[in-house]
Write a protein that binds this ligand. Structure first.
Ligand code: HEM
Length: 403
């Protein structure tokens, strides 16, 4: 690939668990070019060092609602990154720092770790139901989606019976090609109305949950989280917290079962669970286009000039297979010493605020599987696995397992 080639996204990926060849090609230059489903061209950054440096630069963020920013979806508004949003990553500089300062105390490692026993109970209950149903089972619908959705509902104090609703709204809002503008607008309005009611309820009757804690911040003396920010935070966490984790559970399970010796090694030695989780995050085979950054002022990426007005996508999964950072990058190694330095949760000031909770969930799941389902295996061959397309959070369509 030369610097002037423009590749079409989504890339061809004949085997769902093997990285598309475009990733390795993209690592050959600091910035290559990709045409998104909207027809707009973006720059792609796929080298580990270049990716980390760019993600750590506080000047740039995911917001693509500025003049000249690329659209990434086929909807008229250009996609989820192009919509205006008054909270989270869309804030700039001091605004974002202030926002993270306010919400971070609710997401500390200690607080998220305290969820482990509850996540374990939820995982066990779901697995009881899976076992009662009998093999084969489609793991995404029966386990990998309900678990993170249940966790995020409990975390925010949202009623469990609303799970299906916001799962649907999230999927529609994350469309690249699957849904129409009308469907997006409807989902967005319903989601915001729902979140506003939830915030109002937590303000009136605060409970033990995270959203109640956040409303107390906003209602405290220096009251700095606005009502709008609270609503967008609720929507943001509901969206960010479940689809990604559900996909990660499926991809981790698929990777370990596709080469069953990997799974058996963890069955034999469950102390490998945390390492296997990190390695599955690093080796994400279906990482999508990546995370956008809109470049407001001229910069250099890996020595190459990138002019102001460029939309760059940092392809986290391609960067995580950079052999300059991870020797023998394609090999799954649950004891890899630096696996935790992967970029699956991004880096810099906007890194994933839910990463501890995501790790807790993935570790509980893998630990539970190897203890309770040592005979777990794929029903079909790895070549039968299909990639979900048309939405930002990419993953596998289905994962049928037996035991
Ligand atoms: C395996 C699961 C997950 C993955 C792979 C993941 C990945 C990411 C990534 C890559 C970003 C950074 C985007 C950027 O740099 O612009 C991010 C941000 C974020 N994530 Fe996660 N995430 C996961 C789970 C969660 C969970 C469980 C929660 C909530 C409890 C969550 C909440 C958030 C929030 C609120 C942000 C925005 C932070 C900001 O912009 O300041 N994520 N996530």
């Amino acid at each position: 690939m030369t610097v002037n080639d423009v590749r079409d996204y989504p890339f061809d990926q004949p085997k769902a668990l093997e990285a598309p060849p475009e990733w390795a090609a993209a690592r050959g230059c600091p910035v290559t070019h990709v045409r998104t489903p909207s027809g707009d061209v973006v720059g792609l950054v796929a080298g580990y060092d270049e990716a980390r440096t760019l993600l750590s630069d506080p000047r740039f963020n995911r917001r693509l609602d500025r003049e000249g920013a690329a659209r990434t979806a086929t909807t008229e508004d250009g996609g989820m990154y192009n919509r205006e949003n008054k909270a989270m990553s869309e804030l700039m500089g001091e605004g974002h720092r202030r926002y993270r300062r306010l919400i971070s105390p609710a997401f500390t490692v200690k607080k998220m770790e305290a969820w482990r026993p509850r996540v374990q109970r939820m995982a066990d209950d779901l697995l009881d139901a899976v076992l009662a149903k009998g093999a084969p089972v489609e793991l995404r619908s029966e386990f990998a989606l309900p678990l993170p959705v249940g966790v995020i509902c409990a975390l925010l104090g949202a009623p469990a019976e609303d799970e299906d609703k916001f799962s649907h709204w999230s999927e529609v809002m994350m469309t690249t090609t699957k849904y129409t503008q009308e469907e997006v607008d409807e989902a967005r309005t319903e989601f915001v109305t729902y979140a506003a009611a939830l915030v109002a309820e937590k303000r009136a009757n605060p409970g033990e949950d995270l959203l109640s804690e956040l409303t107390q911040i906003s209602d405290s003396e220096d009251g700095r989280l606005s009502g709008e920010e609270l609503i967008q935070t609720a929507v943001g966490v509901l969206i960010a917290g479940h689809e990604t984790t559900s996909n990660a559970i499926i991809k981790m399970t698929a990777l370990l079962l596709a080469d069953r010796a990997l799974y058996e090694a963890v069955v034999e030695d469950p102390s490998l669970v945390p390492g296997a989780v990190e390695e599955s995050l690093r080796l994400d085979p279906v990482g999508g286009l990546g995370i956008p950054r809109f470049i407001y002022e001229d910069i250099e990426v890996g020595g190459e000039r990138v002019p102001a007005g460029t939309t760059l996508f940092v392809n986290l999964s391609a960067a995580d297979r950079d052999e300059r950072k991870f020797p023998e990058p394609e090999r799954f190694d649950a004891t890899r010493p630096n696996a935790q330095q992967h970029l699956a949760f991004s880096a810099g000031p906007r890194f994933c605020i839910g990463q501890t909770l995501a790790r807790v969930e993935l570790q509980v799941v893998l630990d539970t599987f190897v203890r309770r389902l040592p005979g777990l295996r794929l029903r079909d061959t790895p070549d039968d696995l299909r990639i979900r397309t048309g939405v930002v959070a990419t993953g596998l369509e289905e994962l049928w397992v037996t035991w």
